[in-house]
Write a protein that binds this ligand. Sequence first.
Ligand SMILES: Cc1cc2nc3c(=O)[nH]c(=O)nc-3n(C[C@H](O)[C@H](O)[C@H](O)COP(=O)(O)OP(=O)(O)OC[C@H]3O[C@@H](n4cnc5c(N)ncnc54)[C@H](O)[C@@H]3O)c2cc1C
Length: 428
Amino acid sequence: MKIQLVEDEILDMMSLKNQYGVFNNNMMMLLDDNDKNYIEEIQQLCLEQEEKIGGINGHNNADYYDWFPWAGKHALINRSNEYPHRDDLKIGMKAELLRCWTMDIFNPQFNMAMGASTLCINPIVHHHNNRENLLKDLQDLLDGTKIGCIGITEPKRGSDAVNMTVKAEKVDGGYTIDGIKCYTTNSPKADMVAVYAVLNEEDPRGTMVQGISHKEWDRGFKAERIGIPSVSKVHIGKTIFEDSFIPEDYMTGGPGEGYHILFEGLVPERIGIAATNVGQMWGAFALASLYSTVRKQFGTPPGTTKILLHQAVGMSVLAKYHSRLISITMALLKLAEAYDAKRDELAGISPFMNPFVAMASQVKEQAAQLVHELTYECMHAMGGTGVTDQTKMPLIQGVSEIAEVVGGTRNVQLLIGSRTINTMVKMI
Ligand SMILES: Cc1cc2nc3c(=O)[nH]c(=O)nc-3n(C[C@H](O)[C@H](O)[C@H](O)COP(=O)(O)OP(=O)(O)OC[C@H]3O[C@@H](n4cnc5c(N)ncnc54)[C@H](O)[C@@H]3O)c2cc1C
């Protein structure tokens, strides 16, 4: 923080330890002992890191990409996928939710950057075919020694992502890729990208490919940072492929397979975004509820009434959004449990028939809208303190502003929803 305004006692009250305390108390009836121990272990690591970086000043000043090796060392980058080089970890969608919530309370923009690296991890997990080079990439990404990103969106193709124009061409030993991707989270900092391209623009579904390119050996893969003020700590890029060459060994999907991988990836991506939104909300809610119990205004004598006791703060904001937050938290836990239970059953199913497609869109649409509303309300329940750099609230508020657009806008999720209703009725 530039200048400390808030008294030590109040800042101490809003410590990461107390934020976790608020979160844990809310999880008390929802999690079993095993899950509680799991989140407490992650929290302990984050509390140590919080101390090491110097609290809020560390969060305001650090380059979060420097934290990847720390997170990777402790398996904090992703928990939805099996680690091919480790078998001692709690894995699954529920484990990933709990990791997300704990990491988002620690730092939501750092977790966003790790989430984008996970989008490069996901296709490698499912399509490495035991190739050593891809297994090495997987290990490096999960260990945080390398950073990844995913290139789907193009300047002229956003919501209509399937009809992409970035061109792939089959050449001796691999594919060349030419064209521009945009809004690629992490690409200016990333070591590798999972990129989609089409052999024939007029047949994107039948000719879409996916491959992994590395800056280290592919001189045709470059990235320039673009400005997205809401998430100023995350590097988001215009990603340029100019005579880029991906050897066959690094191709995760051949012609047409790329289209399947694109859809396969959307389910974990959207559940993951909803999960991070819920984690961000717990961060904002915890800060506002802690603050509201120590900040006093009015009363007799003046300055003796906790702001929580003013009904406009305690009921109209905190209690109201607490109930919405608990509801979406329980919905996501249920979804993650169902996802984990059905994982083997659905492993071979076409991504277009996966019943979780609709649910992923539904929770993403709802969480993205709620995080923006809840964060705004919690921030302003803290008055001036909420908008200063004394707490992580501005970092949360920033990510809440981009929640609707990442992973597909509200309308795209609702488009999927309306098609689902049609299918559901036809299935009767
Ligand atoms: C911070 C940030 C990070 C991102 N990270 C990545 C990343 O890592 N990798 C990546 O590939 N992409 C990434 N994206 C891109 C993101 O997925 C797209 O921005 C998003 O899909 C929307 O595309 P667009 O911006 O081109 O908007 P457009 O598609 O131009 O949409 C503009 C508006 O039109 C509406 N609209 C469009 N089509 C329809 C329709 N058929 N019916 C109704 N309404 C419609 C939209 O809902 C929206 O309101 C990121 C974006 C941001 C802002």
